[in-house]
Design a protein around this ligand. Sequence first.
Ligand code: F6R
Length: 262
Amino acid sequence: MAAILIHADAAAAISATGLRLLNAIKTKPDVVLGLATGRTMEPVYADLIERVQSGGQSFSGVRSFNLDEYIGLSGKHQQSYRQTMNRLLFSHIDIPLAQTYLPIGDTDDPAQEALDYEKRIELAGGIDLQLLGIGSNGHIGFNEPSASLGSRTRIKRLTASTIKANSGFFGSNDAVPSHAITMGIATIMDARKILLVATGEGKAEAVAKALEGPVSTSCPASALQYHPGVSVILDQEAAVELKLRDYYEEIHPNGRELYFRS
Ligand code: F6R
């Protein structure tokens, strides 16, 4: 399995994530990033912006593809993921907006848009590093439980639990769009490297199922067990239900990635 990196608290986990993103851009200035939204990512992007502002790293060669977008929301809607990304990250760094991609939510033909989005990723040469959060039901992107592990970008209906989890952004459950265009599990698995971040006890059960449970559509994130290049960044709370937690902490004290050398 992946490197499971357990940090002392959420602040340390977030900071480690920001540092990894920055290093990915330093190592490959034309890196293709896969990005996510959600509450977990808000401090991650704030950390990255702070690092960029103090270090002067340019994003001018970076391209990014977000995991998902709500169907029916225009890119101008305050709660669209396009606006969210502009507000939380893109407007603070020098990435040209034309190099930032999200599925178009208010298209007349979402099924075609999903196919086109896959093509755009392919034309960009694929995703080098995909950032992921995890839903408390084990979803990644909007691949809800039962999503095919071989799925590609397509339309998905949100579950009641995801609608409830996201209702805070919209004011009520009813205002949350019912469908989204999301990268599929197979699309995500094509990324060369994956960084999954989870903080807080609300994620502990999903994290344990994803990392130590059987690979199953009932926990879509469990498909990541088949990916050879996943790093999972956790705080203590999100790690609390892991059976092999002591072992992971022994291998990676304080979330440090140490390599064995003879
Ligand atoms: C959104 C996305 C989702 C979130 C997940 C966790 O682009 O990919 O899978 O990562 O719902 O959301 P938070 O961080 O709000 O708990």
